[in-house]
Write a protein that binds this ligand. Structure first.
Ligand code: NAP
Length: 283
């Protein structure tokens, strides 16, 4: 059986450090606060929001939700964002995406104060990720995958890493973060020819495809470390990854599960960014 890279343990470890930093801030009379902005009531947004609020409460981070109706217009959303940008009590802003079609997302994300952009939506922060050596925020899922690799001391420097997926939210920023850690990175996508040859040559394979159980054992070397970012629903309505866990778990060195894997770390990275934003605003 492969070693299971348990994201819950990584999250616990990060939270222990965060609790100490939050205590330090509170001793100075400062409580980190995040504002969640939601337009509409998409089921997956509500579920993510519930998880964030529960974690904020447990850690002692203040959280507020600004819920706009699904037919809200861009001007209403802009007014909420502008108010949050100048509110000193708000340290981190998170906006659920995708936005409804009547609102131009590209225009909105440019308005978020880069110092409060805890989910790395603004082009200002994203540019730093691609420049490398960044001290800005990075997209939370990409950072979560790196946190898992680091916690389990998976060698990254000099390693051959294949990232499957090139979205701006996961694949591309993750490839840049790994490049920053001195990995040799190959990025695969839907037009990649003979992808199994690329991935089965890699020491570490990151799956961010968005297709249930897409990668079977034929994609991996026996000593590969597999990080499955995917969150999908299988034909039986169960949560599954982009990797066919049952088919792969006996064939590789180590693997993250779909439940309790990278996803378990993503929310913690987001909340860590709230604390970080608060620390930066109150040096
Ligand atoms: P996305 O925007 O749909 O991107 C999917 C990527 O996979 C694209 O770059 C696409 O290539 C590539 N792809 C699609 N079919 C392929 C194929 N047959 N062979 C090779 N590559 C293929 O998805 P995403 O937002 O990056 O999310 C990826 C996964 O991560 C999803 O399962 C999502 O649910 C999950 N996710 C997890 C978390 C978490 O916290 N764990 C957070 C966010 C997302 P092209 O560019 O050529 O189309």
């Amino acid at each position: 059986m492969s070693k299971i890279l348990d994201g819950k343990i990584v999250a616990q470890h990060m939270k222990a450090d965060m609790i100490e930093r939050i205590d330090q801030l509170k001793m100075r009379g400062i409580t980190p606060k995040m504002l969640i902005i939601r337009v509409g009531e998409r089921e997956d947004d509500l579920s993510y929001e519930k998880g964030i609020l529960k974690n904020c409460k447990a850690l002692g981070i203040n959280a507020e939700v600004e819920a706009l109706s699904a037919d809200a217009n861009a001007e209403t959303l802009k007014a909420v964002l502008r108010a949050a940008n100048i509110d000193d009590r708000v340290h981190g802003i998170m906006l659920f995406r995708p936005l409804p079609p009547q609102i131009n997302q590209e225009e909105i994300i440019k308005l978020i104060h880069p110092g409060k952009d805890i989910d790395c939506m603004s082009p200002d922060n994203l540019v730093h990720v691609f420049e490398g050596g960044s001290k800005s925020f990075v997209p939370c899922t990409a950072q979560a995958a790196v946190e898992v690799l680091k916690f389990y001391e998976v060698p990254i420097q000099g390693a051959k890493v294949a990232v499957v997926g090139r979205s701006l939210v996961v694949g591309k920023p993750l490839a840049m973060l790994l490049l920053d850690e001195h990995a040799t990175v190959q990025i695969c996508h839907s037009k990649t020819k003979d992808m199994a040859t690329v991935t089965s040559n890699a020491d570490v394979v990151i799956a961010a495809v968005g297709k249930a159980k897409f990668m079977d054992a034929g994609y991996f070397r026996k000593d590969a470390v597999v990080i499955d970012v995917g969150i999908n629903v299988d034909e039986l309505g169960r949560i599954c990854g982009d990797v066919d866990f049952e088919a792969v778990a006996d064939h590789v060195q180590a693997i993250t599960p779909a439940v309790g894997g990278v996803g378990a770390v993503t929310t913690t990275v987001l909340l860590n960014n709230v604390v970080l934003a608060c620390e930066r605003m109150n040096p």
